[in-house]
Write a new protein. Structure first.
Length: 89
């Protein structure tokens, strides 16, 4: 499975689309999502089953910052795509 490029994509993959307004309101992005505790999520009003789904999804994210592996690295993605097209990858 590929890495989500946006918090919206992350939420869609994990059945959390209804939480998007709350995430936007609290300025939660892919860099912040892993840093918040269960208590933080509870204080934002997230239901317990949604918290568990969110935390499970966070465990699937690669280590490091979204800015390292997300949309902020289009050159690496373009190189990987070109290599795959040439059969080099």
């Amino acid at each position: 499975m590929s890495v989500p490029a946006t918090i919206e994509e992350f939420c869609q993959r994990h059945g959390l689309s209804e939480c998007l307004p709350m995430l936007r309101e609290n300025e939660v992005d892919l860099d912040v999502v892993r840093e918040l505790s269960k208590q933080d999520w509870r204080e934002m009003g997230m239901r317990e089953p949604d918290i568990e789904r969110l935390l499970a999804g966070c465990r699937q994210l690669p280590p490091g910052s979204f800015r390292q592996w997300g949309k902020a690295n289009p050159v690496a993605a373009a190189v990987q795509h070109a290599m795959a097209a040439d059969g080099a990858a």
